[in-house]
Ligand binder design. Structure first.
Ligand code: C5P
Length: 318
């Protein structure tokens, strides 16, 4: 039996946050870095099925193709893979999303994670030394553009990044087109992207279309009862929705936290901050509310495994 209040409450709002995180949320709303001007509704109380249909019909989770960028971008866009991401990957069966949360530690979920047809990990999350808890398989690794751009983060040097299909995302201004984004990316990733591609030409390395992030943001906002942070969704949610587009079923580990919930930010670092689980810059609490609503498994499974089961979007009847 699970005690009341021990599993993520999908109706949480900013008043449930620690005062410091409430202030951080207001701060990001005030600076509105990406010039978000949302015109739609919010506080929609849609059925899980309707939310899934919104994710399928309104979020085009695509990677950028060379031909979509202006000629001025060719010095880096010429290094995008020729073969499309969809074609490269095809359709997958059971997929696993491994969040980087501290609650992955001591989970012993490694074997279960490895039993999936494909596994996605994020940013600097290692498998080496943590196999029992997070598994060994890495099919995809989704990176933020900061990790690619800042030399102290060792993206070019660390061999961890050389397994699996790499994907990177970088935020544009709200609803900017690709030409505008190319002129004003969040991080200047071009040089190091080119360098990595020249060093590892055989490894597929795609870039997510920044418009996908804002389409997803709109769906989170529409289904939240109050104004969310005007910043792009976390890498974790991008990975979840990406896999929902590729796989028949997606199991997500420790995005919605289990009984092992902790303020330890990542399973691989001794750094503690509630913001990593509840959100500061990213609208992470609202992302988790949404994913909890879509869970096809039960609360017991969340409580013990931190596991949420989501359907693929291809098989949906909308
Ligand atoms: O911190 P980082 O973005 O690399 O972590 C990968 C993803 O794991 C996050 O984007 C977030 O979705 C998820 N995460 C979480 N709770 C944490 C740490 C990470 O939900 N404590």
């Amino acid at each position: 039996r699970i005690k009341r209040g021990r599993v993520w409450n999908e109706n949480m709002s900013s008043k449930d946050l620690a005062m410091r995180l409430q202030k951080v949320r207001s701060h990001f709303q005030k600076i509105n870095k990406y010039n978000v001007s949302y015109q739609g509704t919010f506080g929609q109380k849609l059925s899980p099925q309707s939310i899934l249909c919104q994710l399928r019909d309104r979020v085009n989770m695509s990677t950028i193709e060379r031909s979509e960028l202006p000629p001025e971008a060719s010095y880096w866009s010429d290094y995008l893979p020729i073969e499309s991401f969809q074609k490269k990957v095809g359709r997958l069966g059971r997929c696993a999303v491994v969040s980087s949360a501290g609650s992955m530690k001591f989970s012993k979920l490694g074997e279960e994670i490895d039993s999936h047809d494909a596994v996605i990990r994020f940013n600097a999350a290692p498998t080496s030394g943590f196999e029992e808890d997070v598994g060994t398989k890495t099919t995809f690794r989704l990176l933020n553009s900061q990790l690619v751009s800042e030399s102290n983060l060792r993206f070019l040097e660390d061999p961890m990044y050389r397994t699996g299909i790499l994907l990177m995302w970088d935020p544009s201004q709200y609803k900017a087109d690709l030409r505008q984004w190319h002129l004003n990316p969040d991080y200047k990733f071009y040089d190091r992207f080119v360098k990595y591609r020249r060093m590892n030409p055989e490894q597929p390395f795609y870039i997510l279309n920044p418009q996908s992030s804002w389409q997803l943001w709109d769906v989170i906002q529409e289904n939240s009862s109050e104004k969310i942070q005007p910043d792009p969704p976390s890498s974790g949610l991008l990975g979840i929705v990406l896999l929902m587009n590729l796989c028949d079923q997606v199991n997500v580990y420790e995005f919605v936290p289990s009984k092992r919930r902790t303020d330890q930010c990542h399973y691989y670092h001794r750094f503690f901050d509630q913001a990593c689980t509840m959100g500061a810059y990213h609208p992470l609490m609202y992302e988790k509310n949404l994913i909890k609503k879509l869970n096809q498994g039960d609360d017991n499974t969340i409580y013990y495994s931190g596991k949420v089961t989501l359907p693929g979007l291809n098989g949906l009847q909308c």
